[in-house]
Design a protein around this ligand. Structure first.
Ligand code: PLP
Length: 459
């Protein structure tokens, strides 16, 4: 404990406050409290002891960055692991610890860290100069690749992030329909200002008049759509809640939502920023449900910052003359070059299928391990994306996790790091293309060891 206190003292101005936070995070009911609390403290201590350089970096960062970072999803106690370099599907932190990377940059890292075709395309683009301030061949090429892949996209435009793509898609729906209201879903994440956690509203939401429905609640959602009628501009939905826990929408739910939305004259927006990796033509192809507008992002830019929104011609035509959509970096040289190589050469529809199957096999193995151990742990998701949940039974909608579930998730995260497996703090895994079955055995072995070692804490 003393060693951890010492490290925390160097990282947090007010150690008392940090300890109070930990206490708040872990108000376990007896009798689990003492065992789980002790296991967590020991795991945090081991984590901190192996990462003195990350601790020092964090201590310096807090003086210039609020919370010591510029990306909240990467912040966690006692301090986040700082990475030094990556190669293929492997990462090394600044303390020399090595990892199998299953975080996959929250799905943007689909190609791993050193895909040679993408690197070469970027080097060639760089040699021709940056910031040309003009149209070029590249944006048209990337647009055509995506047009050919997504049958619901007649016209497409680029942005710099998924957040921006969703903001403009929603704005375009409001302009194009002449209506104002939006329906979104509890647990949905469409960007930093379009975030609807089940645990409470974000204070920095964009001020669109938004009604939240329950994910996978067909009856309730259809009723809300009908009730809104002529006021409804758009329904925005992820075909699988990504940040919300890798919870898939049922095809019946999406079909009913699509029909009800169209019946009112509103537009259906599929946020495929995460799920588009599920097939050559995105999750919409796998589901056989077409939205009016699709938003894309993450990996499509080959590892560069990227966003896109595209859809029906008559909606997108508003950008031909009626509505301006500037954006200094919308066609930036590096993203266009990386995106063309990534989507044109590397992530072909056949490769998308292979990755999907690899992920399905992995999730099957993980759930078999949990079942064989009788552990109240399951991995939900589709294809190459998965999230652990410390509860039994079907999970069809997001939920507020109990303190015990939160603590088990934290313990899982630290145990995976200790086993050399890097994943998102919330436990989400996103496979990257260089990952093989042999690599994944490291993960399944680590999960097997976790359910054995932590069995008594999960009961
Ligand atoms: N939509 C979904 C489904 C996402 O998962 C994310 C990011 O995690 C976004 C939108 C926002 O994308 P970006 O982080 O590029 O702004």
């Amino acid at each position: 404990m003393e060693a951890l206190d010492q490290i925390l003292k160097t990282c947090f101005c007010d150690l008392k406050f940090y300890k109070y936070e930990i206490k708040l995070m872990a108000p376990f009911p007896a009798p689990q409290r003492s065992y789980l609390e002790a296991a967590l403290l020991e795991a945090r201590e081991r984590y901190a002891a192996k990462r003195p350089n990350s601790a020092a970096l964090h201590r310096e960062a807090v003086s210039v960055l609020p919370g010591g970072n510029t990306r909240t999803v990467l912040a966690y106690a006692p301090f986040p692991t700082a990475m030094d370099r990556g190669e293929s599907c492997r990462l090394w932190d600044i303390d020399g610890n090595a990892y199998l990377d299953l975080c996959g940059e929250y799905t943007a890292g689909l190609f791993g860290h050193t895909e040679p075709r993408i690197h070469s395309a970027m080097q060639q683009a760089m040699a021709r100069g940056l910031s040309l301030g003009a149209v070029g061949k590249a944006e048209q090429l990337l647009a055509r690749i995506l047009y050919d892949r997504f049958s619901s996209i007649d016209l497409i435009r680029f942005t710099n992030s998924g957040t921006e793509a969703n903001l403009i898609a929603l704005s375009a729906a409001r302009v194009s329909t002449g209506r104002s209201r939006i329906i979104a879903f509890k647990g949905g994440y469409h960007g930093s200002v379009l975030h609807f956690p089940v645990t409470g509203a974000s204070p920095i939401l964009v001020p669109f008049p938004t009604t939240l429905c329950e994910y996978n609640d067909t009856e309730g959602t259809v009723a809300a759509i009908k009730a809104m009628g002529d006021d409804l501009a758009a329904v925005i939905v992820e075909p699988m809640l990504g940040s919300g826990g890798c919870i898939a929408a049922s095809p019946e739910f999406l079909t009913a939502v699509a029909e009800a939305t169209r019946a009112t004259g509103a537009l259906l927006i599929f946020d495929e920023v995460m799920t588009s990796r599920m097939a050559g033509g995105g999750m919409q192809q796998r589901l056989d449900v077409e939205p009016d507008i699709t938003t894309l992002g993450k990996y499509v830019g080959g590892g560069m910052s990227f966003g896109a929104f595209g859809g029906r011609r008559e909606v997108m035509e508003i950008f031909t003359s009626r509505v301006a959509h500037p954006g200094t970096f919308n066609n930036n040289v590096m993203t266009m070059a990386a995106g063309i190589a990534a989507m044109g050469e590397v992530f072909t529809p056949a490769v998308a299928e292979e990755l999907f199957s690899l992920g399905e096999r992995l999730r099957g193995r993980l759930n078999a391990i949990c079942e064989a151990a009788g552990a109240p742990l399951q991995f939900t998701g589709i294809g190459s994306l998965a999230t652990p949940h410390f509860r039994r039974g079907d999970i069809t909608s997001p939920y507020a996790a109990s303190a015990v579930e939160e603590s088990l998730k934290e313990l899982f995260f630290f145990d995976m790091l200790d086993a050399g497996v890097y994943l998102a703090r919330r436990g989400m895994t996103a496979l990257s293309l260089p990952t093989t079955e042999t690599d994944l055995k490291e993960f399944t072995d680590a999960v097997q060891a976790f359910v054995a070692k932590r069995a008594s804490l999960m009961q």
